[in-house]
Design a binder for this molecule. Sequence first.
Ligand code: TRP
Length: 336
Amino acid sequence: MQQEIILTGITTTGTPHIGNYVGAIRPAIAGSRNPAARTFYFLADYHALVKCHDPRVLRQSTLEVAAAWLALGLDTEASIFYRQTDIPEIPELTWILTCMTAKGLMNRAHAYKAATQENEAARSQDPDKGIGMGLYCYPILMAADILMFKANRVPVGRDQVQHLEMARDIAGRFNHLYGEHFVLPEAQVDDKTAVLQGLDGRKMSKSYNNTIPLFAPENRLRKLIMKITTTSQGPDEPKDAAACTLFQIYQAFATPSETEALRARYASGIAWSEMKQMLFEYLNEHLADARKRYGELIQDPAHIENVLREGARKARTFSVPFLKQIREAIGVQSIG
Ligand code: TRP
């Protein structure tokens, strides 16, 4: 039976938060245990370079994201876990694909359009002010990530669906010119996985600065939970569980029966102070083991480096021969 290939990239910016865990890391780790699939998970540090030009920050983010995935239980035997910048075939494929990509296609990318619209709204003379080629070509690099490993399925957030359509477009164009070399990937957007609200009730996101870092030390975790916005209802008033950030975070970690028990307490009235204390204790206990492993891993970057290099070695057993095939297809080969 042909194994399905599942691949996704993790941009290495910032410290992972509980929204990342529930929305992406946890389902990815569960997916890596599925024997019917081969999984490729990688640190998209070339994508991070688009926005981050501070070498220390870039390195630290890579370390933290890798440590988080390992601490949370990613099995690097079951899945191929690597760093994008360890695969030189990816930038090479990126250039090849760049030459097959219509400029107009990139003009339509949401992220690029949003940036030019911002400039227009600010009445700038130049709609491209401050926009680098990295942002502009971002979707082509992402297409190379995906097409290199013949991924069938790419789990992503809704904001990345257009990039998957572009990858299919680019692959189709190449295949039309040179024959069926690339597999057309499908985006997988999971509506069932929770999108967590952050401290202020908006979607938990680094750009809103409202996150709960996964491995915040205990007293910081308590402080953050105490800061979560609630209604001004009194302790005995019945409360709406569905709209409540505290409830939603609890539900993302709890079993169904624990969730139902808490729902009943909301209906009969639970004081916010009690609920916050309970959520803190629950999360603290659930994250304690992973937090400890994370702390140990962060202290041992050489170990993480070895894990990533071993992942890259495995990934390159696919990328090296495949790029050779692509080079031959386009006519870049030995002429003698
Ligand atoms: N752009 C993706 C994001 O911001 C990260 C990413 C880079 C990616 N390359 C990828 C995701 C390839 C899936 C497949 O989330």
